[in-house]
Design a protein. Structure first.
Lengths: 1005, 268
């Protein structure tokens, strides 16, 4: 029996949800809607007595604010209605909570079959049919996950109330299929394509040949399996061998050459640069009194020493493709998903801080949009909402947030989400990072149930976005289910109730069980035991589903009862799927019949190595026809209003940054609390002054010129920001997240060799600078297929490397922020300015100012020639001096120039301080001989802007002795930025005018 | 040395400010216990509610605030713990509700708790006029004439406001009158000049009269939207790093509220 209920805000009260939507409709769609009211609709699939039902209605409605009714509310009127419901199979967390509430009200369980489905009804006035459809499809709902009904109010109220529910009819379970692998390469490739396996020809061959030989394996025979794989086996291999999981490009053998130069061979970029730099630093630390690296590369996240009680854990992930299809669902899944990485590291870390960063096309995009792509504004709004809900509802503050904009992110946005955790140094008497499934341990799945959601997610994210992209790859994270699971698991952790834990992310059970089984040498699970959201999933679907909020644990038999009993009391579902073994096989059963038998060795090490070609011919770009400007005030005002430099406060305020009560230096600082901090500072636990420091560096624009410069600059910027906040130079760890366009040469990717060369060069730059600064790479991730082919247009992201730094400070009270604190303090420009305008914000600005549009999918009109450099020999001693000066408490404020150069850095300083600055640039290091606009907007690395009390100046100058620096002027009471050069005023801008432009940039985005 | 005041902090089901709230009580000399609500409901908790002097409803997103902030959580208590709760209040127990916890107390009818009736909801916390969750610091002024024991001696206090549903609406004019006459609105959002305000952003949600919290006529039950539990240390204030030289305050201003409650509980 299905009951329908409507709940709405009483007419006499405002309906902010409706008002907010109406405002968006007017602003974004330009549709002059008069009024929008909303109703929550509940479909209860349960047998309720009439009195029970009326009680439920009465309880569900807020006694003051709302009214409720069975079927429909009386009265109300409107011109048009839009009903938005979730498609069958899409997660409905609100419905889940409603079910709990109803059971509590009635004081009885509703039974297995019962369910609550939620949807929303919108009542619109002042629009016509066409406008209503636009509102529904272009703003309100997304056909990928929603069922949408548009009706006139008359039609809607004339017909009987809709009682349909988005249930998936329990299909009959499809049998396990044995897949005969074809002979010819062409057929193999077609099969890979049609089954969304994303396996190459070579890989398909290896799979085929493996099973041919395996046909004689007596163990396989006994299990009733032959010389062809089952669909379970084939899908599991495709999953485990996907680019997403195996990082085949990073492990490939690459033949790299520059121009006509001698080719050189690189065996695995990962081993040659990423792993190598960390191992070399680790060894060096060990030689000099001890390494602070606890666990790197092999677990879900990197672990470093923090204090005697906890280690720090950090992981950053991307969730790009799903966010392109369903921005909200993709993004919330991204954040709650990455939460499971630190939680699944060692025997489980407490989650401390989230970070986020996004690359979008302009929300003001007004050119043609390829068929099938969502407007960048919708993507941006949806992604923010998703990560806001995911982080806030999980009770995790955010520590860093940034956005970058470029038209090349139109096809696929980049959505970076990360989480810092605190791992107890000791858990139940042994090191917290130690995890080992033992033979005989039970394989236990905990958390949400399995549905068709996210099937092929890993293979999907290992392919370009095109019309064949599976919509079931879309998941919607449910923070509350996960929070309850985490709370339970933390109790279980304290009780020492499990040996190992890992998360179910890409690949679901197939990778979580597969990975854990490596440590003991095998596992046997029966998929028929897995709890399902609805009947009828094929075994391979159960095995691969990426349904969210699930962890897989190894629970010792003697502790199993305690574990399951506690789970029950915490309303968390925990199911024994099988046991870990040591027989060298991953054995998958369905209802006690073997449907998959994969040797661990082949599963994890059978993937054939890729051999790739890379060739670097330095690209050439035009310099702008640039008239050196001597007075740059207007330019600075324009620059501070540009998307990449403007204040993101409007969105960022919606993210909690203070839950847990550990936040010290907040993401937004200054008198108006609207300027991004150079780095943020958090306590790791109550009652200890030690803090962790978060910063990042990312500058994809430089990859148009040289991946090496891009990577080197990213590391340098992240490190400089750490120093500004007062972090220790000897305790900075970093994560590398590569988001690349497909770098494999092919018909679809004619420039693959260059893109791969850029990857090689990025790895080299990363290695070189991390090695010099002693910054180990403790974890990272690569996403290598960020291309879109939708609407027949290929759009590839610019090669993008995010470097996320995790630093430490002994006493958070000694942290430093970027805003000048007092008039009369002296301003020092530290580090050398050079002509580094290549890939600069300034050149992009000049292109825009001249009204030039770059090639669609191409670089901006003006890229320039010389990207910023990182001269580690010159920078490192300077950084040591700055670090010591800040450590000695000599520095009142510290900022570092990045995008927008020195001028933008000075602007941020005065905006944050609410004070002015009066400076003379003439004698600043390197400036002599540079055009003034270059001096102000060049993006040279290795620079700082410091303010100090006059009394402290001599000591600062002593410490900086021999390094490039200049006392350039002073902080002024009058809120005005004045910069002189050779007796001329080159900048003369009021702080409040700057602030107005700073906020204007994204105000209407 | 007298027994430290026992504080019960129910946890779980999506709550997430239990650690800092417990830390706050610990810092003012009380003895907080974190207990999962289910253990309390199932009678598996080490102590019964009656063993405590203070009950703290913490902030968070109980059940994600689905179906309205605090609703599902309040509902569990309403149907499974209400009598114990009302008895606890009858015996002079104190309670504080912060953010989500305040929403829960209002939804249960614990606040404003007129005429000793702690079961009838007479107010609600509606969605902010400017839709959506927002995290920004606000300034509150306390009403010295309010019976609220938790705000004694506080004139103004700055705290982070972090919610999407904080607009305090009542069942009608008669309730408003009772709140006014009983001085049951102990804290209000104030502007630069210290006047109660309905203007955003000083007032983050459009609450009439700038109402930021409620207490019951006894003054022992108190709820507020902003988070004293997020201002335990002086350096958590957004302006702390701009204070210049000089020692500055020794503790976060939020602790004053907890200290008041614990002192009142100790007095009995």
């Amino acid at each position: 029996m299905i009951h329908r209920l409507e709940i709405a805000v009483r007419e006499r009260y405002r309906d902010p949800r409706g008002e907010h939507l109406a405002a968006q409709v007017r602003e974004f769609l330009g549709v002059p809607v008069e009024r929008i009211r909303t109703r929550d609709v509940y479909h209860l699939k349960a047998d309720l007595a009439p009195d029970e039902l009326s009680r439920v209605v009465a309880e569900l409605a807020d006694p003051v604010l709302q009214e409720g009714a069975i079927d429909r509310l009386e009265g109300g009127s409107a011109a048009w209605t839009i009903a938005v419901a979730l498609k069958p199979g899409v997660a409905d967390p609100v419905g889940k909570s409603a079910r709990v509430a109803v059971e509590d009200m009635l004081g009885r369980r509703l039974g297995e079959e019962a369910a609550v489905f939620t949807s929303t009804l919108y009542l619109l006035d002042g629009v016509d049919a066409a406008q209503t459809r636009r509102i529904a499809y272009e703003l309100l709902a997304n056909p990928v996950i929603h069922d949408i009904a548009v009706e006139s109010f008359a039609e809607w109220s004339a017909r009987p109330p809709d009682r349909s529910v988005p249930e998936i009819a329990g299909r009959h379970r499809p049998p396990v299929e044995t897949v005969a692998l074809p002979e010819t390469d062409a057929e193999l490739e077609r099969m890979s394509r049609e089954r969304l396996l994303a396996l190459s020809r070579d890989e398909m061959r290896v799979v085929r040949d493996h099973f041919r030989a395996a046909g004689d394996d007596p163990r396989r025979r006994r299990a009733g399996l032959g010389s062809s794989p089952t669909d379970v086996e084939l899908e599991c291999l495709a999953q485990t061998w996907s680019e997403h999981c195996k990082h085949k490009i990073f492990n490939a053998t690459i033949r790299y050459r520059e121009g006509e130069g001698e080719p050189e061979t690189i065996v695995s970029l990962f081993d040659s640069y990423v792993r190598r730099v960390t191992e070399e630093i680790d060894a060096e630390l060990a030689r000099n009194g001890g390494s602070w690296l606890v666990s790197v590369f092999h677990d879900n996240a990197g672990v470093v020493t923090f204090d005697e009680r906890v280690h720090l854990v950090y992981k950053v992930e991307t969730h790009n493709s799903p966010s392109a299809l369903d921005p909200y669902g993709g993004a919330i899944t991204g954040i709650v998903g990455v939460n499971r990485d630190p939680f699944g590291t060692g025997r489980g870390a407490d989650l401390l801080v989230n970070v986020w960063g996004y690359c979008f096309a302009s929300p003001f995009w007004d050119r043609e949009l390829p068929e099938g792509l969502l407007h960048p504004k919708r993507i941006r709004d949806g992604v923010h909402r998703g990560v806001i809900d995911g982080g806030n509802q999980s009770g995790i503050p955010y520590g860093r947030g940034w956005e970058l904009f470029d038209p090349r992110y139109l096809g696929k946005p980049l959505v970076f989400c990360g989480t810092v955790g605190a791992l107890p140094v000791e858990i139940d008497g042994s090191p917290g990072e130690r995890k080992r499934a033992r033979p005989g341990d039970a394989v236990v799945m905990v958390g949400g149930r399995i549905g068709a959601d996210g099937i092929h997610g890993a293979t999907f994210s290992s392919a370009a976005l095109d019309e064949s992209s599976p919509s079931q790859a879309v998941q919607i994270g449910d923070p509350i289910t996960q929070k309850m699971m985490f709370d339970f698991l933390l109790e279980a952790r304290e009780g020492g109730l499990y040996d190992a834990i890992t998360d179910n992310g890409a690949g679901g059970l197939s990778s979580s069980v597969g990975e854990m089984a490596e440590s003991c040498g095998g596992a046997r699970i029966d998929l028929a035991r897995a709890p399902l959201k609805y009947a009828g999933l094929a075994p391979w679907e159960i095995f691969l589903s990426e349904a969210q909020e699930r962890m897989t644990l190894a629970v010792p038999p003697e502790k199993l009862d305690l574990f399951l009993e506690l789970a029950g009391r915490r309303e968390v579902e925990a199911t024994v799927l099988g046991e870990f073994t040591s027989d060298g096989y991953l054995e998958v059963l369905y209802d006690e019949e073997t449907v998959g038998l994969l040797p661990m060795e082949f599963l994890h090490h059978g993937v054939p190595e890729m051999r790739l070609e890379a060739r670097f011919d330095p690209p050439r770009f035009a310099e702008p026809a640039m008239r050196p400007e001597r007075r740059c005030g207007r330019t600075l005002l324009d620059m501070m209003g540009r998307l990449n430099l403007a204040s993101g406060e409007r969105k960022a305020r919606h993210y909690d940054h203070e839950v847990k009560g550990l936040t010290v230096v907040k993401p937004l600082v200054g008198v108006a609390r609207d300027v991004p901090a150079e780095a943020t500072v958090f306590l790791a636990r109550h009652g200890s002054p030690r803090g962790l420091v978060l910063s990042e560096g990312v500058n994809p624009y430089l990859s148009d010129l040289d991946g090496d410069a891009m990577a080197a600059t990213a590391v340098d910027e992240a490190v400089r920001r750490q120093l500004c906040a007062g972090a220790r130079l000897d305790r900075i760890a970093a994560l590398d997240n590569f988001c690349w366009p497909d770098p494999v040469q092919s018909a679809a990717t004619p420039d693959g060799e260059l893109k791969l060369a850029q990857l090689v060069r990025a790895c080299r730059g990363l290695y070189r600078v991390c090695r010099a600064y002693g910054v180990p790479l403790i974890s990272g991730k690569d996403s290598m297929k960020n291309d879109s082919l939708l609407g027949g247009v290929k759009i590839s992201v610019p090669p993008t490397l995010l470097v996320s730094a995790l630093g430490q400070i002994d006493d958070v009270q000694r942290a430093v922020t970027l805003e000048p604190k007092r008039a009369g303090d002296l301003v020092y420009l530290v580090g050398t300015t050079g002509e580094h305008t290549g890939g600069s914000e300034y050149f992009r600005y000049l292109g825009d100012r001249e009204g030039l549009a770059g090639e669609p999918g191409g670089p901006p009109p003006y890229v320039g020639r010389r990207p910023p450099e990182v001269d580690v020999q010159a920078f490192l001693p300077l950084y040591r001096a700055v670090h010591d000066a800040i450590g000695a408490g000599l520095v009142r404020s510290a900022a570092t120039p990045g995008k927008g150069g020195l001028a933008a850095a000075l602007a941020r300083c005065v905006l944050a301080g609410g004070l002015g600055m009066e400076l003379d640039l003439s004698e600043a290091p390197g400036v002599l001989g540079l055009a003034t606009d270059v001096a102000l907007f060049s993006e040279s690395n290795g620079r700082f802007v410091l303010t100090v009390e006059p009394d402290a100046a001599p000591e600062l100058e002593r410490r900086l002795g021999g390094r490039p620096f200049r006392r350039a002027g002073a902080v002024t009471e009058e809120p005005w930025l004045r910069v002189h050069r050779a007796g001329e005023r080159v900048l003369d801008v009021g702080v409040e005018e700057l602030r107005a432009r700073f906020h204007e940039g994204l105000a209407h985005a | 040395m007298p027994e430290p005041v026992r504080v019960l902090v129910p946890t779980g089901l999506g709550l997430n400010c239990e650690v800092e709230t417990a830390e706050a009580f610990r810092r003012v000399g009380a003895a907080p216990d974190l207990v999962h609500l289910n253990d309390l409901l199932d009678g598996r908790a080490p102590r019964k509610l009656s063993a405590y002097r203070i009950l703290a409803f913490v902030g968070g997103f109980a059940f994600g605030d689905h179906l309205g902030a605090g609703f599902v959580f309040a509902n569990k208590i309403r149907w499974r713990l209400y009598d114990e709760l009302v008895a606890f209040i009858g015996d002079g127990g104190l309670a504080i509700g912060i953010c989500n916890g305040f929403q829960t107390m209002v939804r249960l009818g614990l606040l404003p708790g007129l005429d000793g009736d702690y079961r009838t909801p007479r107010a609600t916390l509606a969605p902010n006029d400017r839709l959506g969750y927002r995290d920004a610091w606000v300034r509150l002024a306390a009403d010295p004439a309010s019976p609220c024991v938790w705000t004694r001696g506080i004139e103004t206090i700055e705290l982070p406001s972090r919610h999407g549903e904080g607009k305090l609406l009542t069942a009608g004019p008669e309730v408003d009158a009772r709140l006014a006459e009983g001085r049951l609105i102990p804290v209000r959002y104030v502007d630069e000049a210290g006047r109660p305000t309905e203007e955003w952003p000083a007032n983050p949600n459009g609450s009439p009269g700038g109402a930021a919290g409620l207490c019951d006529p006894s003054g022992r039950l108190f709820g507020l939207m902003p988070h004293p539990d997020a201002f335990l240390y002086p350096f958590q204030h957004p302006d702390w790093f701009r204070r210049g030289s000089g020692p500055g305050p020794q503790e976060g201003a939020g602790l004053a509220i907890f200290r008041n409650g614990v002192a009142a509980a100790a007095e009995g």
